[in-house]
Design a protein. Structure first.
Length: 319
């Protein structure tokens, strides 16, 4: 009920309470200068706001629920994707480990200090050192004894792995003989490549080497056979030169007897012609013909011997 409907009761109000009308509406103010109508308006506004919120909260709650469902689904998909990716990484890691261990070529991986952190079975087999013992060994350890094919030693600072760690440059296919702990020598073809991180900093080196001992032995045997062949060839050439020199020096002694035989045969043929039987004449004629053929052959052999021995000069002439 509005206070303006009871004008006669205004005298009963305290001094702190004033009755006034604004725009035809009664307003009651207390000492705090807060009007009753202001409170009512405030309450009404609050109720309207609450009612509006009540009306609007229903679709908003539905949207939130949809968002939460979508978020949960996305999180689940992300978790499923992450799990699948993790499983793939694990499988790839297992596959890499198996491939690494089963490679026929030896592989060593070391950190930036040169300490070996991983080794496969082939490296253990070639070097005759257990894998666990290889791990922790240093590339520049003086116990590594390497030699070249001519037998000269290779300093550890000049080994491919240590040079790559020092220079950051890859080195390929350096043939080395490594003296193993049991004293045997194994030949390897070593290559080293640097390992860099995403910032370009050198973090290690990977070393690979196959066992080429069989190829080196075969090459050495072939070299020995070739040297033996060269020695035998030189001996044969020397003997041939001696033979040629002998024939060239003995040419007069070889021609002289044949010349005498032919001479006497021709004399007999001329002097005894008509005095001896025909079959004796045929014998003398055969001696002369055969002797001349033999002399021609001897002259050819002696000329070749003189050429080989350098005792004759060849002169060109037109035919």
């Amino acid at each position: 009920m509005s206070i303006s409907e009871h004008p006669k009761r205004t005298s009963a109000l305290s001094g702190s309470q004033i009755l006034e009308q604004e725009s035809g509406a009664s307003v009651y103010r207390d000492g705090t200068n807060n009007s009753v109508s202001d409170h009512a308006a405030s309450n009404g506004s609050s109720q309207n706001s609450s009612s509006q919120n009540g009306i609007e909260n229903t679709p908003q709650n539905g949207t939130d629920s949809a968002i939460q469902n979508a978020t949960g689904s996305a999180q689940k998909n992300t978790m499923d994707g992450s799990l699948a990716e993790l499983q793939t990484q694990i499988q790839d890691s297992k596959l890499f480990s198996k491939l690494f261990d089963e490679l026929a070529e030896a592989v060593l991986i070391s950190d930036e200090t040169g300490r070996i952190v991983r080794a496969n079975k082939a490296s253990s087999r070639i070097l005759r050192i257990p894998v666990e013992q290889l791990k922790g060994m240093m590339h520049h350890d003086p116990m590594w004894q390497a030699v070249l094919e001519d037998g000269s030693p290779v300093p550890t600072a000049e080994l491919p792995a240590t040079k790559t760690l020092r220079t950051g440059q890859a080195i390929s296919q350096v043939e080395l003989g490594v003296v193993r702990f049991d004293g045997t020598l194994v030949w390897i073809l070593e290559s080293a490549a640097p390992i860099f991180d995403e910032t370009g900093r050198l973090t290690g080196v990977i070393v690979t080497f196959p066992d080429i001992s069989l190829a080196v032995r075969q090459r050495q045997e072939l070299r020995d056979l070739n040297q033996k062949y060269l020695r035998e060839r030189d001996k044969a050439n020397a003997a041939n030169r001696l033979k040629s020199a002998f024939l060239a020096n003995m040419s007069h002694e070889i021609r002289s007897p044949m010349t005498a035989i032919l001479g006497f045969s021709e004399v007999l043929m001329g002097e005894l012609k008509g005095q001896i039987a025909e079959h004796h004449t045929a014998f003398l004629q055969s001696i002369i013909v055969s002797g001349r053929r033999l002399l021609t052959l001897l002259n050819d052999i002696l000329d070749l011997s003189k050429i080989e021995a350098g005792h004759i000069d060849i002169q060109k002439s037109e035919l």
